[in-house]
Design a protein around this ligand. Structure first.
Ligand code: ADP
Length: 376
């Protein structure tokens, strides 16, 4: 009897029940009995019910994850779209507002351009005539003086000539006319300077500062205002001989004019307005004080707001102090305030640096301001 081992391989047997049978025979012998055994090939774990169940669960989880991811993406996209729609729906309003603002600015620009142009012709006429009128006046003055002398040699005519002279108040006329001409000249210079500013503004330039005499600006402006003062109001000017400093003559005149006008309004029919200049703490100080009732404590912060006023309709500019502050602080790098330590009346103080660091003018601009050319 031989013992031999045989090995059979079925590498790809699908799962199921099998019976393995074998029969043997010797050489030339008869076949032996059929021997066998049952066997079962199990499917792999993923082929089992649990495996398939797991598959289904994994698939379900995958689908659910996918659905959730897509839902989140949809929500995000929705939010983006909503934002876009919101932006689109509000855009026309914003655009309309911008268009309206631009139109307003352009209308204002046109108005300023027209104003600048319209001011120019009458102003040029006034300005150009001032010099000849002053000269004519000098000539007339000379002739009248000589007539008076000649009349001394013709005594019979003297009483009549003297009467006429007094009747026409020629002594006063001769004294007042040069002052009137001076104040007209200074007023027309003021308008010319505003016109130059307007043109500079339309060209997008800043008003230029040039070395100038503040005391002279004070005296000129005071002279201009003095002619319109009520009889009971005294205007005292005390100039402290301040050195030349960088300033815009027209704008400083405008500040002083506003302050003196406010002071005159405050004192009423009778009182005193005092304007002083002095060098103090390395800068120049200009004070405008009055003997009026002063500014009530509760209004002291508000008076510098544009359009704030306590005056009746038709009185005041509503912008006086706001413009003063802008001119002094923004354009001149100075300080403008109400001196709250003063016990009686109101006192406004302007402080200007003696050597401002910015806005140094070029020669070209200096001459444009001091001698503006005619023509808009
Ligand atoms: P407006 O002259 O049109 O009123 P302002 O800006 O020049 O505009 O002045 C604002 C307010 O400040 C005035 O209405 C007044 O109440 C107050 N004010 C200005 N100057 C004086 C002053 N010298 N004395 C008392 N109050 C003053």
């Amino acid at each position: 009897m031989t013992h031999r081992r045989y090995r059979v391989k079925y590498p790809v047997l699908p799962p199921g029940h099998y019976r393995f049978e074998v029969r043997a025979r010797g050489q030339g012998g008869a076949w032996g009995p059929l021997l066998g055994f049952d066997l079962e090939v199990h499917p792999p774990w993923w082929g089992t019910v649990w495996g398939r169940l797991l598959d289904v669960l994994l698939l379900g989880a995958g689908v659910a994850g996918m659905v959730r991811w897509r839902a989140r993406r949809l929500r995000r996209r929705n939010a983006e779209l909503e934002a876009l729609v919101l932006a689109r729906t509000t855009e026309p309003g914003w655009a309309r507002e911008r268009v309206a603002q631009t139109e307003k600015l352009s209308a204002m620009g046109q108005l300023l351009a027209r104003l600048s142009h319209e001011i120019n012709n009458p102003l040029t006429a006034i300005h150009n005539n001032l010099t000849p009128v002053s000269e004519y006046f000098e000539q007339m003055n000379e002739v009248l003086r000589r007539y008076r002398e000649w009349l001394g040699t013709r005594p019979e005519q003297a009483p009549e000539a003297e009467r006429l002279w007094r009747e026409e108040d020629l002594d006063f006329v001769l004294e007042d006319l040069p002052e009137a001409l001076d104040s007209m000249r200074s007023a027309s210079e003021g308008i010319r300077s505003i016109q130059a500013d307007l043109r500079a503004f339309l060209r997008g330039e800043r008003p230029q500062l040039i070395p100038d005499d503040l005391d002279e600006v004070v005296r000129d402006t005071a002279e201009l205002v003095r002619r319109t003062l009520p009889a009971g109001v005294r205007l005292k000017v005390e100039c402290g001989g301040v050195p030349r400093l960088l300033l815009h003559r027209g704008q400083l005149g405008q500040v002083l004019h506003n302050l003196v006008r406010n002071a005159v309004d405050a004192v009423g029919a009778e009182g005193e307005v005092r304007v002083q200049t002095a060098v103090r703490e390395g800068g120049v100080e200009l004070r405008v004080a009055d003997s009026g009732p002063g500014v009530p404590v509760e209004l002291r912060k508000r008076i510098f707001e544009p359009f704030f006023t306590t005056k009746d309709v038709g009185q005041g500019s509503r912008l006086g102090l706001a413009i003063c502050r802008q001119i002094i602080e923004e354009n001149h790098g100075g300080v403008f305030e109400l001196d709250e330590r003063v016990e009686r009346g109101a006192c406004f103080v302007v402080r200007l640096p003696l050597t401002p660091a910015r806005n140094e003018p070029s020669e070209k601009h200096s001459s444009a301001v001091t001698h503006p050319t005619a023509g808009a």
